[in-house]
Write a new protein. Structure first.
Length: 217
C-alpha cells in the first residue's frame, strides 16, 4: 500500500512557497528540474489550476532544498546532491529520508568540486544544515517524515505542518488551529486578547504567531 504522504495532494506550490519562505520562481524551478530521472520536488499528477498538487513528502523535499541553498550550495550542486542521494539510498525521496537528515550530510557536502565527505574546515556548513533539519520529525519506522515545524515561528508558539491535522495546512501545535485562521482574525481587527480567548491560548503566543505570520506574508 502506497503511503498517503507520498500520494495525497496537500498544498499548492504557492502555499508551499509562502509557508516555507521560498520564492515562487524557485519552487517552480525545483518542480521542473530533474535529478536521477525524478523531479527535485515531486508533484502529484496534473491538478487543476489553484488546486493542491504537492504531497507532504514534497513539502519536506522543498524544505531540505531550501536549507541547502541557504548555506550557499549552488543550483547545480543541489541537483548533484539530489542525484547522488537518490542513487545511494535507492529512493526518489532520498533528500526526505532520516538517514540523509541525520547521517548523510557528511557524505554529500563539499564546496570544492567533487561530492565528498565534509572536512573540518567546512564543519560550520554541516552544523547549519543539521540544525535546520532537526525541525523535521520522523515516523516510528524512521524512514519517512511525518511532521515539519516551521522555524520562523518561535518556541513559545510552535507551528507545524502535519498531514494528520488541518488538511495539511500549518497549525498551532498546542491546539491544532490553522495558523491562517488565528492570524486572519487578528488582521481583521480583533485584539490579541480576543484572539487568544477565542482559541484558548496565551496572549503572548498569539502575538508571537501574528508577528511571525506578518513576516512571512
Amino acid at each position: 500500500m502506497v503511503d498517503e504522504r507520498l500520494t495525497t495532494p496537500l498544498m499548492t506550490p504557492k502555499d508551499t512557497a509562502r509557508h516555507l519562505r521560498i520564492p515562487d520562481s524557485t519552487l517552480y524551478y525545483w518542480l521542473r528540474e530533474q535529478a536521477a530521472d525524478e523531479p527535485l520536488v515531486h508533484r502529484v499528477g496534473l491538478a487543476p489550476r489553484g488546486a493542491p498538487s504537492l504531497p507532504f513528502i514534497a513539502v519536506i523535499e522543498a524544505y531540505v532544498l531550501r536549507t541547502l541553498r541557504e548555506v550557499g550550495i549552488t543550483k547545480r550542486r543541489v541537483r548533484e546532491i539530489a542525484e547522488q542521494v537518490r542513487r545511494d539510498y535507492e529512493t526518489p525521496y532520498g533528500l526526505a529520508t532520516k538517514t540523509f537528515a541525520t547521517d548523510g550530510i557528511d557524505v554529500y557536502l563539499d564546496e570544492h568540486g567533487e561530492l565528498s565527505r565534509v572536512q573540518d574546515g567546512q564543519r560550520p556548513i554541516k552544523d547549519v544544515i543539521a540544525s535546520d533539519l532537526r525541525y523535521i520529525s520522523w515516523d516510528s519506522t524512521g524512514t519517512l517524515p511525518n511532521r515539519l515545524r516551521l522555524r520562523q515561528y518561535p518556541d513559545i508558539a510552535p507551528v507545524i505542518i502535519d498531514p494528520r491535522f488541518g488538511w495539511g495546512s500549518p497549525v498551532v501545535e498546542s491546539n491544532r488551529v490553522p495558523v491562517d485562521t488565528v492570524a486572519n482574525l487578528w488582521l481583521a481587527g480583533e485584539s490579541i486578547h480576543a484572539v487568544a480567548y477565542e482559541y484558548d491560548v496565551d496572549d503572548e503566543q498569539v502575538e508571537a504567531i501574528c508577528r511571525a505570520y506578518q513576516s512571512v506574508a
